[in-house]
Design a protein around this ligand. Structure first.
Ligand code: ADP
Length: 265
């Protein structure tokens, strides 16, 4: 089936290098990194802490300028903030004085989109992540998992072609994290936008992604590029299957090979 599907490169990192000059000297976060991401692909990036994962995402978002090389999105070189992208960080960053629905609609307001037109879509997104009935709740009336679901809905409201996520579920407890991973998968299966997800969790990467990139310790280069050919939708119970476990072990093996004996998952 997959051989019949035509794919198109959407994101390209071309020989990317990023160094920071600090009072203590020069830190090279990323070196000679080249990577293509197909349109509609869900790519997860894992690697040891401090290896350059966030820097990679910031370069893609146009929030940091490469020292050399370039990032190309949709055929165009990134040379400023990628305002079209949807972005989700570890902290939900909701406005405390706005309800869940109003927080989602903030995306439309900032983009000066038609509010009445976007309201049903915002409501549908909240319903898709199980927040029907919570539209008019304020952030401090929502659990951490609910807040992060609202942040996901806000990131998707304008139907972005690309979603960038930096440890979006990192602050959640294990059970909530599993639940929100399921919601994230469902939202993505509906939108099929291109995703770059940074995560510390190998299980999360295997559960969600089409492909997992393992980065080396700093300076980040690509140590492994692993296709996750598991059928979708994936379920929590699938984590116990030999196919799932083998993929997790394959990535763990890469970490061992790189000399990363401990990682914070
Ligand atoms: P990760 O996301 O993998 O934990 P980062 O991309 O945040 O790693 O950081 C990679 C390296 O680059 C680290 O050594 C970090 O200290 C350094 N770094 C990141 N941003 C800056 C900055 N703005 N100024 C100086 N050094 C930075």
């Amino acid at each position: 089936m997959s051989s019949a599907v035509e794919t198109r490169t959407f994101i390209e990192f071309k020989d990317l290098e990023k160094s920071f000059t600090t009072r203590g000297g020069t830190v090279t976060a990323i070196e000679s990194l080249s990577l293509s991401v197909q349109e509609g692909e869900f790519l997860a990036v894992v690697g040891p802490s401090g290896c350059g994962k966030s820097t990679l995402l910031m370069a893609l978002a146009g929030l940091t300028t490469p020292t050399s090389g370039e990032v190309v999105v949709g055929g165009e070189r990134v040379d400023g903030p990628m305002t079209q992208a949807g972005v989700v960080f570890q902290s939900a960053e909701l406005l405390s004085w706005r309800t869940a629905l109003e927080n989602v609609l903030l995306q439309a307001e900032v983009r000066k989109l038609d509010l009445p037109e976007n309201r049903p879509r915002a409501q549908q997104l909240l319903e898709d992540v199980g927040l029907r009935g919570f539209e008019n709740h304020y952030p401090d009336e929502l659990s951490g998992g609910m807040q992060q679901r609202v942040a996901l809905c806000r990131a998707l409201l304008h139907d972005p072609s690309m979603i960038l996520m930096d440890e979006p579920l990192g602050a959640l407890d294990a059970i909530t994290r599993d639940q929100v991973q399921g919601d994230l998968q469902n939202l993505w299966m509906k939108s099929r936008c291109t995703v770059l997800l940074i995560t510390h969790s190998i299980e999360e990467a295997v559960f969600l992604a089409d492909r997992v990139i393992v980065l080396s310790p700093r300076p980040a280069t690509i140590a492994a590029d692993i296709t996750i050919d598991l059928p979708r939708p994936r379920h929590v119970a699938d984590r116990g299957t030999p196919e799932f476990t083998n993929l997790v072990n394959e990535i763990r093996h890469e970490f061992s090979r790189l000399g990363v004996f401990e990682q914070d998952e």
